[in-house]
Design a protein around this ligand. Sequence first.
Ligand SMILES: *Cc1c(COP(=O)(O)O)cnc(C)c1O
Length: 415
Amino acid sequence: MDSLPDLAAIEAMDETDPLRAFRSRFALPSGVIYLDGNSLGAASHEVFAEVRQAAMEEWGNGLIRSWNSAGWFHLPIELGDRIGRLIGAAEGQTVVTDSTSINIYKTLHAALAMRPDRNVIVAEGDSFPTDLYMAEGVASTRPGVTLRLEGRDAETIEELIDDSVAVVLINHVNYKNGELRDMAALTKRIQASGALVIWDLCHSAGALPVDLDGANADFAVGCSYKYLNGGPGAPAFIYAAHRHHQSIVQPLSGWWGHARPFAFERGFDGDAGIRRFLCGTQPILSLRALKGALSIWDDVDMNALRQKSIALSDLFIQLVEARCSQYGVVLDTTRNSEKRGSQVSFTHNNGYEIMQALIERGVIGDFRAPSTLRFGFTPLYVSYRDVWLAASVLEEILSSGSWRDQRFAVRSAVT
Ligand SMILES: *Cc1c(COP(=O)(O)O)cnc(C)c1O
């Protein structure tokens, strides 16, 4: 095993980091090492400026005129195209709207309607739960449709695919252990059987280079409040390949998805393009926060981002394994960086208490039941020094047993 780097060597890595200038664009509190940008991304000064402008000027002074004069009406498409650049989607295929859960509902229905002679949805048993909850909800409204799960009905997605499968809903990166799927290969395999694929990019958009068009994906969904830093509850996105636009029918046929919303016609006639995935009036203040967040992404080289993400994650694994393994912390993420997203997970029977003790010391990660300590690495605002300090604090908490204090065992609503 390589010898452990010391703090001086680590500070030298920060000196030569090509992304180091991005950190000052974020409004992080001092004394905090933030390793939870995979759950809620950090706020940036650009976000505050956009929200202030949108609230005080455009709403305050412009009032209803701002739907036109400030471009509010076009924000879902404009921001969709900007996210599209980060996920390998050419213009006109991505729209920002609603939540990921709702977008899963819309895309699953659309895909099932495009494969009327098939009745199976395939998903992952260890998927982020809302994906499965929504799939159950969709199945409950379509007689005969059933759900097949990887890890329950067979070991792999490939084994579950046959000519009864209409659509496969897959996470690009697993939320808990960080496993990264091969999008191009799996898409090809799924489409060869005649099924459609929906990629959930919640843990890959803004975390690593994604190439939806290159992989010939059918649909994708994802949220903008994790790696993209759009703010708590920021609206999510939907991608649908151009070739499908004519065939898409989604059940939430609200007026914003209509071809002519302000004609106030009787009867729904869906927009010919990606707008048909909209339902009702969009949250403009949240969209403007996201616009501020995305202005930072316009300057990011995704390959440099990926390189740093891997280096941060590798360093954390190396330090924690060397210093903390003796206390029962076990790596739950692959060591193979090509098969990993931008997070590292460890398990420990007292993971919850240990994470609370870390947070009290200013090292913010999160806990996922039953025993996962999860750490996200967001290269725009996390330094190598942060990683070194986080591992040191974790070692101190474990070696001193300070996590055993009663107060760390009290469970909050959100973990
Ligand atoms: C975070 C996350 C979601 C969140 O869905 P919301 O509707 O935004 O609450 C869904 N799926 C995955 C895979 C996630 O990681």
